[in-house]
Design a protein around this ligand. Sequence first.
Ligand code: TYD
Length: 225
Amino acid sequence: MSDDGPPALPVEAAAHPRGLFVAFEGGEGAGKSTQVRLLCEWLTAQGRAARATFEPGGTPAGAAVRAIVLDRAHTGLSPRAEALLYAADRAQHTHAVLHPALAAGEVVVTDRYVDSSLAYQGAGRTIGLDDVAAISRWATQGLRPDLTVLLDLSPETGLARARGRAVADRLESESLEFHERVRDTFRTLAAAEPGRYLVLDATRSVDELAADVRERVGALLGVRS
Ligand code: TYD
């Protein structure tokens, strides 16, 4: 180790010096939105400024992109066009919501982020993780979560839950094999960086999952859960 000055900060630490960035990932019906809400309620009760957000559609322009990507009428959408639309949504989300909130010191909790593009477009659509990672990096200016919580669930269970809730959208309508590739990719990404991921079995109860999330986020923030 050289002694000519302090080591460079990791990109993510330099990008948001005061806030904390938490992403929830997982397949259909994993219960992400419930856990995002419970975490933000707990953070607020702790006196922390917390912001719940989501992709696709976490900004007004993103809502228009969301309408395109989820609309089952767009059966002919190319995988590359789909990947770029999700990246455009993410670029606007990062610019208008994530960076400003993190710079203001907030805890930002997003329902889906880059890993969803790696899993659904990179693996699900089989266009490759490297290209999807590159456009996501460009779209986000390299902003990475401090913690990613993966709510892991078999596609059979998740799709049954999701289909019980609403009419299937364009992505939910994909084959079981597609959703198996999505799940495998989420798990592979998490296994490659265990320190930055919390992988939870999404068949456990909502309260048990929320307690595990609070414990990990509380530790990162230096508060008791
Ligand atoms: P949404 O209704 O938000 O689903 P969920 O409740 O499961 O999060 O729809 C988002 C859909 O978009 C979901 O099927 C996953 C997909 N998606 C991608 O394919 N790539 C992405 O980068 C993102 C963010 C989502």
